[in-house]
Each structure stands twice: as C-alpha cells, then as structure tokens.
Design a protein around this ligand. Structure first.
Ligand code: SAH
Length: 405
C-alpha cells in the first residue's frame, strides 16, 4: 500500500534540512515527482538515492511544495493518524483551562499538523486550514475535533492570505453545530473580553499575548503597592483593549489607548463596561500611533509604562528594511515618553524579523534616545503556541520588557 503512494525525490544534497527534521520542502529542492499526486495527497519523500526521509503533504502550487507529517517511515498517514494527533494537541493544553477559556488547541507544525490552526473561545471552535495537506483531511479533522472537545460549533475562518499562496480559495463558513453568536464572551486571568469570530483579527482575538497581558496586570499591581498610586499608562495599537483592561484591572490609574480602527475601539469600550469599568475612567483615542506619539512627545507627556504591540509591519523578507525603520520610529518616541524607571513592553509579530534583529532594532532606538535601558525579560507567545525547535521560523512573536533607568 505504502509503496503505491506518489514519490517526491529531492535534488542531490537537498536532504540536509530534512535530516535535521525541518518540516518544509521548498520547490527549488525538488528533483522529480512520480505518481501524479493531487493537492494535499501524501507523498513519500526520499533523497536523490531513494532513501526514505519523510511522509509529507503535497502542495502543487506553493513555494513550500510539501510539508512533512512525520519523519518515521512506519507511520501511516490516515484518518486514525489525524485523530491521534488532534487528540494529543488538545490534551497538551489541558493545564491552561484554569486560567482561561480562550485557548489555541492546534498550532500547525508544532502539533504535527502543518497549516492547521484551531482556537477555542468558550467552546466555540474557530479553524484556519492554511495548507493543502490539512485541507485534504478537512472532514476527518472536523470529526476528530467534535469527538475530542464537546464543542458548541466549528466556524471556519480560512480567509488568511496564506491560503492564496497554496492556491486554495478563501472560505468563511460554519462547519459544524450552530452559527456562532455575534460576540463570544471569554475570560482570561480574571479579565473578560468580547470576541467576534466572524470579522475579528486572526480568529477573533490575540490569544498569543495572554502571558504578556498577565505580566502587564502584575506590573500595574506591583507598581501600586510600591508607589501607593496607580500607574499612568499608554497602550499603543490597543485593538479591543487587551492590554488596556489588564493594566486597568491591575490598578493603573490612567490608561490611554490608541488604535486606528473605530470598530476595534468600540469593542474595547464594551469590554471596559463588561469588566465593570466606567467609560470615563479610560481614554480611547482613534488615531495613527506614529503621529500620536510625536504629538505626546511635543506636549512632553510622561508615562510609567507604555505598550507597543503593532500589527505585522513586515509581511515578507522584502519588507524588512521598511519595517525596521517603523519599529525603530515608534520605539524611539515611546522611550522619550517614559518617566525615570518607566517600563516599555514592546513587541513584533513579523515572522520575517527574527528575535536578534528585533533586539538590534530596539537597541538602535535606545541609542538614539540616549537612554540607559535595562532589558528585564524577553517575551513571547503563550504555551499553547509552542515553538517547534526544528522550525525556528515559528518564533514570530517577540517582545522585550525594558526599564528606563
Ligand atoms: N495588543 C492587541 C493586539 C494589537 S493588533 C491585543 O492584545 O489584543 C494591532 C492593532 O493595530 C489593530 O487593532 C490595528 O487596528 C491597529 N493599527 C494598525 N496600524 C495602526 C496605526 N498606524 N496606528 C494605530 N493603530 C494601528
């Protein structure tokens, strides 16, 4: 049976990354393909001499021509294999349930399911099928999810740009159960948020920032204990108020939040109300952060803590230089707005900017600001977005917790 599967043979010397268990096979590494595999079908991957390397999902149109399911020859990629790996992924997140009901249940390559995202918001699952391989096994994946989760429904948000690169059409539809409500209420570290899974960013919420919002909460709490007053904070690119509410609930006295999206700010205001916070206690500013930071600088505003969590400035390697200038600009201006002993939580979610480069960009901003700055901690995504050590490209979310001396 196995021997009848299509075979993808690599060019001589192109097996090195696979031998290190890096799961992507670029089209430029492919020598020949036999057996006419269809989109998403399993292929046997061998080196140029015919030695087995991996079982992979074939992706005829993508620059990543195949994504490895496994490097073990004896494994059989079938519905049972899919069930087993979905089950394992869900089980691995059990420890998070006491903190929140917004959890990433499946995270692509890290869960041996390249291109599959499954998030759960209070039992409503939201999926993204971002590769031909998981698209091929879509029905089996849905069945496995319903079996392992007791979910209320599965809503598919396969509308990310990555699908176009795979030659797959964008798709938004209900896959199982009743249609999701207009807004789903979630709770994370005792803060409540509304999530719109139909049109919200990603699958609706930035689940990946959970630990960093918890850090923001505890920094506000500690500050109040030590100084006997609440922090004055600025949250830039606030979206639906994730960090803003964590800071407020932690004890910040004044929270100014900036975002360019009126819709996001509207949800943020509803979120404040949901947490019993009076609308007047927080300021929501609809503006461009780049301009607003300059304005505050000219007005000589000062803050005890600033959060910078911008959108992905570099969508690919071609945009790295421009993105680096943008990151430097906002970080430089934010540093100038901090009080002595002020803290900066600064992030980049651009996969094309690796952690070293991000740190260098921020060091450049520190130098230009003529500030003396300590790096207290490196930050990243939560444990439901684990980094597969053989796929360093997966480290897209990077953050630094800085202290201005
Ligand atoms: N920190 C948030 C997520 C931020 S997402 C959380 O934890 O939930 C990035 C946000 O930046 C989006 O809401 C988007 O509307 C906003 N945005 C993008 N460009 C902007 C700009 N130039 N000025 C202000 N907001 C911007």
């Amino acid at each position: 049976m196995k021997n009848s599967l299509p075979v993808l043979v690599l060019k001589p010397g192109k097996e090195k990354s696979l031998l290190r268990r890096h799961p992507w096979i670029y089209s430029t590494a492919v020598g020949s393909i036999s057996g006419n595999p269809q989109s998403g079908e399993t292929v046997r991957v061998t080196d140029s001499k015919g030695r087995f390397l991996a079982w992979a999902a074939f992706s005829p149109l993508s620059a990543i021509r195949a994504r490895c399911w496994t490097f073990e020859e004896e494994e059989v990629i079938d519905s049972h294999w899919i069930y087993e790996n979905i089950g394992k992924a869900i089980k691995a997140r059990n420890s998070l349930r006491s903190l929140t009901n917004a959890i990433r249940l499946v995270y692509g390559e890290a869960d041996r399911l390249p291109g599959l995202i499954v998030d759960s918001y209070d039992g409503q699952l939201v999926t993204q099928f971002q590769s031909s391989g998981v698209e091929f096994w879509r029905n089996e994946i849905c069945e496995a999810l319903t079996q392992y989760t007791n979910c209320k429904g599965i809503f598919d948000r396969s509308d990310a740009a990555t699908r176009a690169r795979e030659g797959l059409p964008l798709r938004v539809e209900n896959l199982y159960g009743s249609e999701p409500p207009e807004k789903i209420e979630i709770e994370e570290n005792n803060v409540r948020y509304l999530v719109d899974v139909r049109v919200g960013h990603k699958t609706g919420f930035y689940i990946d920032q959970r630990d960093n919002r918890a850090l923001a909460f505890s920094l506000a709490e500690k500050f109040k204990k030590i100084h006997g007053r609440g922090m004055r904070v600025l949250n830039c690119f606030c979206y639906t108020g994730g960090f803003s509410l964590a800071l407020k609930k932690g004890g910040a006295s004044e929270v100014i939040s900036i975002d360019s999206s009126a819709e996001a700010l509207n949800v943020a205001k509803q979120n404040a109300k949901l947490n019993g916070i009076n609308e007047q206690e927080m300021s929501w500013v609809e503006a461009n952060v780049f301009e607003e930071l300059r304005k505050y600088r000219d007005q000589q505003e000062k803050f005890d803590l600033i959060v910078l969590d911008p959108p992905k400035f570099a969508s690919s390697h071609h945009h790295v230089d421009k993105a680096a200038r943008a990151y430097k600009d906002i970080n430089l201006n934010a540093l100038k707005l901090l009080e002595k002993d002020g803290q900066l939580l600064t992030f980049s979610c651009s996969g094309a900017i690796d952690p070293d480069l991000f740190q260098k960009i921020i060091a450049g901003a520190v130098f230009d600001a003529k500030a003396e700055v300590w790096m207290l901690k490196k930050l990243g995504a939560g444990i439901d977005h684990p980094l597969l050590m053989t796929l360093p490209e997966g480290e897209y979310l990077k953050g630094l917790h800085l202290l201005v001396r």
